[in-house]
Write a protein that binds this ligand. Structure first.
Ligand SMILES: Nc1ncnc2c1ncn2[C@@H]1O[C@H](COP(=O)(O)OP(=O)(O)OP(=O)(O)O)[C@@H](O)[C@H]1O
Ligand SMILES: [Mg+2]
Length: 369
């Protein structure tokens, strides 16, 4: 009875979840779960739970939960994000269903164990990691939770002399790579990202274009199409309804201001982080800054960060090759490079004990039952 093992890497993001499996399949789904609002919606949709892009198409008929929105569960305690205890239960349920669905899209072998590595924000607490592990419990036989930027660096073989900045929707995670798993105190998670840019853009538009109608979702789409931070980009002219009439509006000023809003915090965090290392290492980190995550696609961001770091001796900033899958493929590579006995050990430990023992801070390893 030699059941095949399936190794899986997962980037369980605030906005999207990408999964890469050792069986060669990979997929990306929105980090959202939709429940039909009532019997009519249930009958129309023909299912109890909806995943994927259909959620956005059918959103009026659904209660949609984005379990990690604003860093909820993964980084910030529920109460601090303004969600009630009941909603936390619902968010956890959504997270569990999301993990299960995302893995199922890669069609793992039916009978064998599933061993996986999942990315979490760099400074996620033990409690946050427990939430991720709980969400994975039903789907994985053993799971390891590691910092999101670390999975990106691992996938690209950039394990030393590199500073990774993962610009996600909910958080920006910064992680220096120096040949071993970086210490918690050397990593930084900023509670800002693509979502906060969308909110800022939306706010600035409401302030300046009072009659134009713009939802947060439209704000995000405009940002993804035109988002820029530099001075030399083309004007961002979009068509928005004004009193029901499609009207062309130049949103460049508001968009640029919103996109730039994340930069000071990134530069300040980099400055703080590199000052902890000796000067020689500081310059080698700064000459290899790697941007990942969806936000790394903001036009001109690399140059603006380089510019802002000039007073610190200059920097060289580059991008990952694939901002959607860099984390998941790195996590998969990591899962596959662990010896099988190691995985079996985690899975066995899990079966032995249900206690929440404290995990090593750098690589919290737990399992699913
Ligand atoms: N071309 C683009 N330009 C600017 N931003 C983009 C672009 N494409 C995607 N994004 C933004 O990137 C963010 C999603 O990035 P990513 O998928 O890395 O986040 P995530 O992993 O789901 O979130 P987190 O890591 O915070 O949990 C969203 O805010 C999205 O709007
Ligand atoms: Mg991410």
């Amino acid at each position: 009875m030699n059941h095949p093992i399936t190794y899986v890497g997962m980037d369980l993001g605030t906005f999207k979840t990408s999964v890469a499996s050792a069986n060669g399949k990979r997929s990306v789904v929105p980090s959202a779960v939709g429940w039909p609002k009532d019997h009519v919606a249930r009958a129309m949709l023909g299912r109890d739970v909806i995943f994927g892009e259909e959620i956005w198409k059918q959103r009026l008929a659904l209660d949609v939960v984005r379990p990690f929105r604003r860093g909820a569960l993964k980084y910030i305690a529920g109460a601090d994000v303004g969600i009630t205890d009941d909603e936390i239960v619902k968010h956890k349920e959504a997270a569990r269903l999301l993990v299960k669905h995302a893995v199922s899209t890669t069609e793992p072998a039916a009978d064998g164990p599933i061993y996986g590595v999942i990315g979490a924000p760099s400074r996620a607490t033990i409690l946050n990691k427990e939430v991720i592990i709980d969400a994975a419990r039903e789907t994985f036989d053993a799971v390891m939770v590691v910092a999101e930027p670390f999975t990106i660096a691992y996938g690209m073989n950039r394990l030393s002399n590199t500073l990774v900045i993962d610009i996600g929707a909910g958080t920006i995670d910064i992680c220096p790579m120096y040949g071993t798993y970086p210490k918690d105190e050397d990593q930084i998670t900023l509670p800002i990202g693509g979502d906060s840019i969308d909110e800022e853009f939306h706010r600035l538009m409401k302030q300046s274009e009072t009659r134009a109608q713009l939802s947060l979702n439209m704000a995000r789409e405009i940002k993804e199409k035109f988002g820029f931070v530099g001075d030399n980009e083309e004007a961002a002219i979009v068509t928005l309804p004004v009193a029901g009439k499609p009207t062309q509006i130049d949103v460049s000023k508001q968009l640029k201001a919103a996109c730039r809003s994340i930069v000071p915090a990134i530069v300040e965090a980099l400055r703080e982080l590199i000052s902890k290392f000796d000067p020689e290492f500081q310059s080698s980190l700064l000459s290899n800054v790697l941007l990942g995550g969806g936000g790394s696609q903001l036009k001109g961001l690399d140059r603006l960060i380089e510019e802002a770091l000039k007073p610190y001796g200059g920097a060289n900033v580059t991008h990952v090759y694939d901002s959607v899958f860099a984390g998941a493929t790195g996590a998969l590579k990591m899962a596959m490079s662990m010896p099988a006995e190691y995985w079996q050990q985690i899975a066995a430990q899990a079966q032995d004990s249900d206690e929440d023992e404290e995990q090593p801070a750098s690589v919290p390893l737990r399992r699913a039952a």
